[in-house]
Design a protein around this ligand. Structure first.
Ligand SMILES: Nc1ncnc2c1ncn2[C@@H]1O[C@H](COP(=O)(O)OP(=O)(O)O)[C@@H](O)[C@H]1O
Ligand SMILES: Cc1ncc(C[n+]2csc(CCOP(=O)(O)OP(=O)(O)O)c2C)c(N)n1
Ligand SMILES: [Mg+2]
Ligand SMILES: [Mg+2]
Ligand SMILES: [Mg+2]
Length: 352
């Protein structure tokens, strides 16, 4: 099949989504098929743009992900960065570098996953690029969202006194990854995995970007909301990014960090500390953020009303206030009443 037939197959009417599946108010003047897409942003909005790549052997292996999972997660991990800015997703572009030997039905599976996630979060796929790859599969998604002018949520907005929250349990994805690699079986339907591993594998393979939570936070009275970040490299690494960008210290309470029961069970079975998965594992795609302390109860109420939840896991201190060195950074109080210990600035790092 030639390149153009492939693009038509993946995105056309015979594909598993096609440009036809755009959301109703897609704002697309020109979509797939010309030299570039032409898009109409809403008035009074600013564009929010980000891209992330998934690479064979780095982000997935046959044991860890099906092709549909790779597509879903490529879209979800990108939308997660829009969530972390408080943006509403609008459009996406997909750049694909695929080995010539990769069967078309595998690529079709990848596109099933991409379109499934894009549809779920009202995102129109408006273009991309298709090339051959001399080695493994590489998928890059670019996402474009919108936020009301001046309302984007930045890493630099944490203030001393803020409460630190996360939007969901952490560490499950990294435990799922480890468990699937240990099994050494090709990834198949989640239902075929032992029940205790399913939630962990799901967290790794089919993460959900916290779009609704991000938008809710961006809509809050602006002076009440602090920093926001999504957790791709692990809570420690993302908390460090907020600390450095804001010039503060984040104090985390180990016992308040939400963990799935299945993670606790898995960690006990492999004699590991479940908190290590949460702090340094990564790919949870939950949000970590801060809120002014007086607004905490109101934010909790707003989340509850929207059918969402927050977990308060710590507080922001002026740099050095807790007596630890270096002054700017992240500290952990393992159990209540204990003393804060520095948290290493480590997590997933492509070149470390
Ligand atoms: N090769 C690059 N060229 C230009 N900017 C880059 C490049 N790689 C990353 N960035 C930018 O660096 C910042 C941090 O990137 P990254 O750590 O990948 O963010 P995230 O973890 O949120 O995906 C972002 O603003 C991103 O756009
Ligand atoms: C086979 C395999 N090995 C290791 C990992 C773990 N892993 C790969 S990339 C990554 C971090 C997130 O990816 P990155 O490209 O750094 O995303 P970004 O921070 O730019 O959003 C993690 C934890 C994995 N997902 N699959
Ligand atoms: Mg990135
Ligand atoms: Mg991010
Ligand atoms: Mg990212």
């Amino acid at each position: 099949m030639d390149e153009f037939a492939l693009i038509r197959m993946l995105n056309g009417p015979r594909g598993h989504g096609g440009g036809k599946r755009s959301p109703d108010d897609s704002g697309v003047t020109v979509g797939i098929g010309d030299d570039a897409a032409v898009l109409r942003p809403g008035s009074g909005t600013e564009l929010v743009v980000s891209c992330d790549t998934m690479v064979d052997g780095v982000h997935f292996k046959p044991e860890t992900m099906t092709f549909a999972d790779i597509g879903y997660k490529a879209m979800a991990s990108n939308l997660s960065d829009l969530a972390a800015m408080g943006a509403r997703p609008r459009w996406a572009l997909v750049a694909l570098a695929a080995p010539r030997s990769l069967p078309a039905d595998k690529l079709q599976g990848l596109y099933d996953g991409l379109y499934a996630c894009a549809e779920k979060y009202a995102t129109a796929i408006v273009g991309g690029d298709t090339t051959s790859s001399p080695s493994g599969l590489v998928v890059t998604v670019t996402v474009i969202g919108e936020v009301k002018q001046g309302r984007a949520l930045l890493r630099s907005a944490a203030q001393p006194g803020d409460a630190v929250f996360v939007t969901g349990p952490l560490g499950g994805s990294a435990a799922g990854l480890r468990a699937m690699l240990e099994r050494r079986e090709a990834a198949g339907p989640l239902e075929l995995l032992p029940e205790r591993l399913r939630p962990l594998a799901r967290a790794h393979r089919l993460p959900e970007p916290r779009i609704q939570a991000g938008q809710l936070l961006a809509a809050v009275e602006p002076r009440q909301c602090g920093a926001l970040n999504d957790i791709s490299d692990g809570l420690a690494s993302e908390a460090w990014e907020i600390a450095e960008a804001s010039g503060v210290t984040l104090i985390l309470h180990g016992e308040r960090i939400p963990l799935m029961d299945e993670l606790r069970e898995y960690a006990a079975a492999v004699q590991a500390d479940p908190l290590e998965f949460a702090l340094y594992g990564g790919e949870d795609y939950e949000l970590v953020g801060t809120v002014r302390p007086d607004y905490r109860a109101e934010l909790e109420r707003m989340f509850e009303q929207a059918g969402l939840r927050l977990w308060f896991v710590g507080e922001v201190a002026a740099a050095g206030e807790d007596g630890t060195d270096p002054a700017i950074g992240v500290t952990l109080i393992r159990s209540e009443g204990g003393v804060p210990a520095p948290v290493g600035k480590r997590g997933y790092n492509h070149f470390a």
